[in-house]
Ligand binder design. Structure first.
Ligand SMILES: [Mn+2]
Length: 447
């Protein structure tokens, strides 16, 4: 085991000088009301603290003495028959580097024997229900979330390494899957191909249910139904990610299933790509996340004015003031990413969600700093329910040329382009490297 969790624990000890930090691991589960085991995936914060990927465990970090206690289940003998060899406590201790190892059944005694001077118990929301019976002399807080969210936001070199590997694997998955997504296949088969390619490269899990959307399906932002057949002429939107040792990646590519962009597809694709490039270029420490989002709306407005979907009889400023671009890009510019694909810590103390129009869908409210990993994912979609509302609203309808909307939406459901990026001391570093320009995608499709 590498030093990832050890580094994280010492970061926690640097912040918390007192208290017992209790973290609950993920639980083994069965499929609904059956005895069929589900595939176990470890809980994110537990990975952060322990990097131990077995179910039904707890960790206690003794911040007074900077010691790490690991609690593992006392497995019955028959486990060995049905599920495999039971690892000895010595072996687990060696493997995890924990200072002390216990069975989970010993937790009540552990609390009871804790000296009076060490009776501050800190948990997070996820863990608090599992602390068991704690003597009344303990003080309990749920402050752990605050501390852990903030630490998880800033990636250590070890964490960056894992995310980079996750992104590298995903790049290979995308290359194979984009080639595979041809007319006649089904959306769920595209999903299957991506999972296959990931597993073959060591990614046992995806980082979220993939969005493999052909034609009109791509107008649904989190489309996961996966039932439709790919037709010649369709644009395809593939938003997917894999996990590598607990760390996520998350990429979107949009491409024609027959391998050749039409003129209209190419034009609108370029609008989204220009927006993405402009947003990426502004990434550096000190930049407000909301300003990156504002840039994407500005770029989309300019692009839609150029292709004629937004009416140029109104000025750029007037379009921006009326948020006309948000009728075509209803989501935020991206999100933080790490152990979770939408990583926690995006709203630090004193900074909540935005309420003003055009900004309420943002998944983060922070100033960028080195070590933060973000996705940049502008898009442009023709969403019937949104556009029908625009059509019915006199103060909105005047800004949009619906003949143009009809022309473009006949060939495009939606386009999104997404990459993963880490903020560095003086700018940013791309973590993903997957064909993206019209030329690159057409060349890949013709391989
Ligand atoms: Mn994303």
């Amino acid at each position: 085991m590498d030093s990832l969790a050890k580094t994280n624990r010492s970061r926690i000890f640097d912040v918390l000088s007192e208290g017992l930090l209790f973290v609950r691991g993920g639980e083994s589960t069965c499929v609904y009301d059956t005895d069929a085991d589900e595939v176990f995936q470890q809980e994110a914060t537990f990975i952060f603290v322990t990097d131990f990927h077995e179910p039904d465990c707890f960790a206690v970090l003794d911040c007074y003495d900077k010691k790490y206690h690991l609690f593992v289940p006392h497995l019955p003998a028959e486990y060995a028959v049905w599920l495999g060899e039971i690892e000895s406590l010595e072996s687990i201790q060696k493997r995890t580097g924990c200072d002390y190892i216990h069975y989970t059944e010993e937790l009540p005694t552990f609390w009871k024997e804790m000296p009076e001077s060490k009776r501050l118990l800190i948990t997070n929301k996820f863990s608090k229900g599992s602390v068991g019976e704690v003597p009344s002399s303990f003080t309990m807080t749920e402050d752990a979330d605050k501390t852990i969210h903030e630490l998880r936001m800033f990636k250590t070199p070890e964490e960056e390494g894992r995310i980079l590997e996750s992104c590298r694997i995903l790049g290979e998955c995308f290359r194979e899957t984009i080639k595979f997504a041809t007319p006649g296949r089904y959306e769920y088969q595209v999903d299957a191909r991506l999972r296959y390619e990931g597993m073959m490269r060591g990614s046992r899990f995806v980082s979220f249910a993939a969005i493999p959307a052909t034609g009109k399906s791509a107008a649904t932002l989190h489309y996961i139904h996966c039932k439709k057949q790919l037709k010649d002429g369709d644009m395809f939107l593939l938003d997917a990610g894999v996990m590598y040792k607990g760390y996520a990646s998350d990429v979107t590519r949009s491409f024609p299933v027959n391998g050749k962009f039409t003129e209209k597809q190419k034009e609108l694709y370029q609008v989204v790509l220009d927006s993405q490039m402009a947003c990426i270029e502004m990434l550096k420490p000190g930049v407000e996340w909301r300003d990156v989002h504002a840039k994407s709306l500005e770029m989309l407005t300019k692009g839609l004015l150029k292709v004629g979907i937004l009416k140029s009889e109104f000025s750029l400023e007037e379009h921006l003031k009326n948020h006309t671009a948000t009728w075509f890009q209803g989501h935020g510019i991206g999100h933080s990413m790490g152990l979770a694909v939408h990583d926690i810590g995006a709203f630090p103390e004193g900074r909540g969600r935005f309420s003003e129009p055009g900004y309420s869908s943002l998944r983060m409210n922070r100033i960028l700093e080195p070590g933060i990993v973000v996705t940049i994912e502008p898009g442009c979609y023709f969403v019937d329910v949104v556009l029908n509302d625009v059509k019915k609203t006199p103060e909105k309808v005047k800004y949009v040329n619906f003949d143009k909307v009809a022309e473009y939406s006949a060939e495009i459901g939606g386009i999104r382009i997404e990459d993963d990026i880490i903020i560095t001391k003086d700018g940013y570093k791309m973590l993903t490297n997957i064909p993206k320009t019209v030329e690159e995608l057409e060349a890949l499709k013709s391989e």
